[in-house]
Design a protein around this ligand. Structure first.
Ligand SMILES: Cc1cc2nc3c(=O)[nH]c(=O)nc-3n(C[C@H](O)[C@H](O)[C@H](O)COP(=O)(O)OP(=O)(O)OC[C@H]3O[C@@H](n4cnc5c(N)ncnc54)[C@H](O)[C@@H]3O)c2cc1C
Length: 421
């Protein structure tokens, strides 16, 4: 395919390809035209599945990515060197719009983390050998990779982390614990941030690695969450040895690598303008629910629904603007705005859905499309925390976008090992 193809010609080719390889949705081909009572009604934010079912769901996503990769549709904005098409975000959005009319595997966090966060991080920081080994494979989710960042004592204050990486000749010895590692149980690889120099101030003594998750000395323990599933894990490292060739980026530059991955996590500029491709329930599903329950004539309910609609529209415009400003570079602190809008919208939908449904939210009456909202309401708070909490995003916007005075930092410039904890 030519790299100078117009969006219109590209759309026509992509539509023909999807018609040949995909299965069109029946009742809800367009997100705005939900037929109440027909088909699936999924508004879940996280999967509440057994290990085997979740593994199968991920496999389906991998198979669909492999099918798209035959034509570069899995990585439309990426260069052909990595199997992409080298086209614009506008082309990618056009494909995503068409794809939403087809039955494709539901989104999975490990898939998005591997393709959208870690593949671009390796492209920026990897050695030529690492890029060759990982970038194309991560982009099409042939290999899956999780984030091994947070620890019991280091979440919002990620730079305080203490999982040790001690150099021993050409190897590093890892000891410590990670937590909330989404998808670690399904991943072949992990992007690890570890403490390599305890004598340096906290941000300076970190080093990043790309490590195989089946190394001797790694133990993965799933965590049961309140929505029923086990999306996260604790990961323990006990004298786990990794060669220096698995280091990602220079020694002591792990903070830069972590911030880059988090920047991609917070960047919502590639999201659909109507929010329909995201986790959890959408505006159109909420409206359909309110209509089915018969509350759309209630003036206060109409106000609530209008608030959600306005939020979703403004969020879409903001993401569009961010996409136009980003021009394909590394996302900066502005990404925090998009992340905040997204989580606030998700929680607003929770509030309004709860009002619309009343007791139906907690007591299963058997009525289609009602009790299912519990999976949205219980899952939405998770994304208020993941990738940096709302409060932390506000701090970033305050300090790095608006230039407000920084928070007091009592550990600034102090060797990490001397910081009281
Ligand atoms: C759904 C989900 C998926 C996740 N996936 C991963 C993953 O794959 N890999 C990984 O490494 N981690 C993952 N995490 C962990 C996530 O990054 C951390 O939970 C997050 O950074 C918050 O850290 P914490 O849980 O330690 O809370 P804390 O940092 O202890 O925060 C507790 C509370 O204090 C507030 N707070 C903290 N500092 C400040 C401050 N300076 N100013 C104002 N308020 C503050 C926070 O907003 C929060 O409300 C995931 C978390 C969730 C919920």
């Amino acid at each position: 395919m030519s790299v100078s193809i117009s969006v219109e010609d590209f759309t026509a080719q992509a539509a023909a390809w999807l018609e040949q390889h995909g299965t069109p949705k029946v009742a809800d081909a367009m997100p705005r035209s939900i037929v109440w009572g027909e088909g699936d009604f999924s508004v879940s934010v996280f999967h509440a599945l057994s290990f085997e079912d979740e593994r199968d769901l991920l496999r389906d996503a991998q198979l669909w990515a492999a099918k798209k990769a035959e034509h570069g549709y899995h990585a439309i904005t990426w260069s052909p060197e990595y199997g992409g098409l080298g086209l614009s975000k506008e082309h990618a959005r056009a494909f995503a719009r068409l794809e939403r009319g087809y039955q494709v595997p539901p989104r999975h966090e490990t898939y998005s983390v591997t393709t959208g966060l870690i593949a671009p991080t390796v492209e920026l920081f990897g050695t030529p050998e690492q890029k060759e080994q990982f970038v194309a494979a991560f982009l099409q989710a042939e290999l899956l990779c999780c984030q091994l960042f947070s620890e019991p004592g280091a979440g919002s204050d990620l730079a305080a982390l203490g999982c040790k990486a001690e150099r021993d000749g050409d190897e590093w010895v890892l000891n410590g614990q990670k937590v909330w590692s989404s998808g670690a149980q399904f991943s072949e690889w992990g992007e690890l941030i570890a403490r390599s120099d305890p004598d340096a101030p906290k941000h300076k003594g970190l080093t990043a690695f790309l490590i195989p998750m089946d190394l001797p000395g790694i133990e993965i323990r799933p965590i049961k969450q309140m929505s029923g599933g086990t999306s996260f894990n604790e990961v323990f490292f006990n004298d786990c040895r990794v060669p220096d060739t698995m280091r990602l980026g220079p020694e002591g530059e792990g903070w830069k690598v972590a911030l880059t991955t988090l920047g991609f996590e917070r960047d919502k500029s590639g999201d659909a303008a109507d929010g329909s491709a995201k986790a959890g329930g959408s505006w159109s599903q909420l409206l359909a629910t309110a209509q089915a329950i018969g509350v759309t004539d209630d003036p206060t309910m109409r106000q609530d629904l209008m608030r959600v609609f306005s939020h979703v529209r403004v969020e879409g415009f903001l993401n569009r603007r961010a996409a136009d400003l980003a021009k394909g570079g590394t996302p900066g602190p502005e990404g925090s705005l998009g992340k905040l809008m997204w989580t606030e919208g998700m929680n607003l939908i929770s509030d309004v859905a709860s009002r619309v449904l009343g007791p139906r939210l907690v007591a299963d009456t058997g009525q289609w499309g009602t009790y299912a909202w519990g999976e949205h309401v219980l899952g939405a708070p998770g994304y208020r925390i993941a990738g940096g909490s709302d409060e932390v995003q506000r701090n970033i916007i305050g300090e790095r976008v608006l230039g407000l005075p920084g928070e007091p930092r009592v550990d600034k410039g102090i060797p990490w090992k001397d910081v009281p904890r």
